[in-house]
Structures are given as C-alpha cells and as structure tokens.
Design a protein around this ligand. Structure first.
Ligand code: MG
Length: 287
C-alpha cells in the first residue's frame, strides 16, 4: 500500500491511499499519517476496504505534501556506503577507514518538506548546498533493545529522502546538525510504501540526478550497516517510536567530493529515485 498526504483545491492536507495513479481519501477513518502507522494488519485491511468505497482523484491533479511529519528529528546514518565513505574522507584529506559502528546524526523536524517542494537557496546562509539520495525507513511498532532477528517486525515501510546538506555549515562545527537542518533540506516522499510491497529493501537501485544528469547511481545492497543492524543499534537503550524516520545513508557521487566540487545553484532540478519506492523532484529556489 502507498500512503500520501495530499492537498486538493487549497484545502489542508489529508491522508490518502494511492492505487493506479489515483488517490483515495482516507480522512474519514485516518485523520493523520500517525494513525495509519499505528494500525495493525487488520486495520490496514479495513483501510483498503474503505478506499474501495470512495471515488479516486487522479494523482496528477493533487499536490503531494511530505507523507509524514515526524514527531522528532529524522535520524540519519553517515558514511554508510563504502564508496561514499571513501570519497568523503579523501575529499577532506582524511585517512580512509570504514565506520566500525553506525555514525548517527539528526535533521530537525522543520527541515522536512514534500516531494516537489523547493529546496531554498540563500547565499547569505550557505552556497555549498549538496545532494544525498537515501532510502528512508519508517518505524511502525515501538521497541527498545530490538534484536536484529526481530528488527524488520518494527518497520512500517519506506520512503525516498534527500539529505540536502549545507557543506560549509556541516564542517564549521563539531556537529552536523546545523548543516543538515536548514528549512526544506529534507524532502521526503512521494508516499510511504508499506514493507510488504518491498520484498528486499537491500536490493534497490538508488539514483540522484541534477538537471537530468546522473550524479549518484548505486544499489541499497552496498549499505555497510543494513536496516536490521541499524534498528538494533539505534534501539539499544533508546526507544524507537511509531513514525520515527531514519535515513540509511547515501552512495557515492555527492557534489563536494567531485573533481572539481559541485554545488547546487538556483534553478537546478534534483531528482531522487529509489527503485520500487518512488521519486522526488525538487527545484533549488532562491529565497
Ligand atoms: Mg546523508
């Protein structure tokens, strides 16, 4: 199942189910995406039955919003693809060593934006805006100290995320937080895909294009810490909550590590694609 938050005729966003390029209004039974995420398998079946009774609206006629507004910061893995770890460390003149434990930072909730929202560009803040396509995981079932073998039971589903990064701000301090949290720097979507639709999340092609030129192209099989390992790590002594989002890291091909380095400019179109999940299309826009 694919769930969206969508807007039609300027009304406030509502939750819908997407089937065959149409969206089916779920607002009568699901006031928020958190409500959907909290549902059991039986509850999801009821959602599907409800959707079958309402009239679909063509997806092309609605504006999609971020499918989920997380209640706390989006958790992100850093350097979780070996080739990206290599390019990043080389570009910074550091010794190349793969992480022995997951590197986790977060992005502010206010950074989250929709699948076609602009990526704000303010040169007074940063002119080193970079792309990072990622597969994001949505937690369904709350848990703490989750064993690797049970980790996937805690997953609700997946979405596409671009961990847009202000490289100058990211490097200035000891923490990534500020450089990773500018408004509009976390486009997600276009929908949440339930895990049953993704038989193997560790074998999905993942790509990022800038102005239709391919910059990143890899496969989620190259993650260093896979999804169960990450859930086990994050949940050790720390409760994971329904609706938590974590991003699984980006493959190689980011802008700052290219020769010469490349950064986004106003007017650039960033397309983020994860096979079997969906596609984001965000335009860098001067503010
Ligand atoms: Mg990232």
């Amino acid at each position: 199942m694919k769930f969206v938050r969508y807007e039609v005729n300027g009304r406030s966003p509502q939750v819908g189910l997407v089937q065959e390029n149409h969206v089916y209004d779920l607002s009568a039974i699901a006031p928020s995406m958190q409500t959907v995420i909290a549902l059991s398998a039986d509850g999801l079946a009821i959602v599907q039955q409800h959707a079958a009774k309402v009239t679909g609206i063509p997806l092309a006629g609605v504006k999609l919003h971020a499918p989920l507004l997380p209640r706390r910061n989006v958790m992100c893995l850093g350097l979780n693809y070996a080739e990206h770890a290599h390019e990043s460390l080389v570009a910074q003149g550091q010794a190349v060593a793969l992480p022995e434990l997951p590197i986790v930072f977060t992005k502010a909730t206010t950074a989250v934006s929709g699948p076609t929202d602009p990526i704000p560009f303010d040169p007074q803040v940063s002119d080193k805006i970079d792309w990072e396509v990622e597969l994001a995981v949505i937690i369904g079932q709350q848990g703490k100290n989750i064993p690797v073998e049970q980790a996937m039971e805690h997953v609700f589903g997946y979405t596409v995320l671009n961990d847009i990064s202000a490289r100058d701000l990211q490097r200035q301090g000891k923490q990534y937080f500020k450089g990773k949290s500018l408004d509009g720097s976390c486009p997600i979507g276009p929908w949440l895909v339930t895990k049953d639709e993704v038989p193997n999340p560790h074998d999905l092609n993942i790509r990022c294009l800038v102005n239709d030129v391919e910059k990143q192209s890899s496969n989620t099989r190259h993650m260093i810490f896979d999804i169960p390992a990450t859930i086990a790590y994050l949940s050790r002594g720390m409760t994971l909550l329904p609706g938590d989002i974590f991003a699984t890291g980006t493959p190689d091909g980011v802008g700052f590590a290219r020769t010469p380095p490349e950064f986004l400019q106003p007017g650039d179109v960033v397309t983020s694609i994860v096979e079997g999940i969906g596609e984001l299309r965000n335009v860098v826009t001067a503010v």
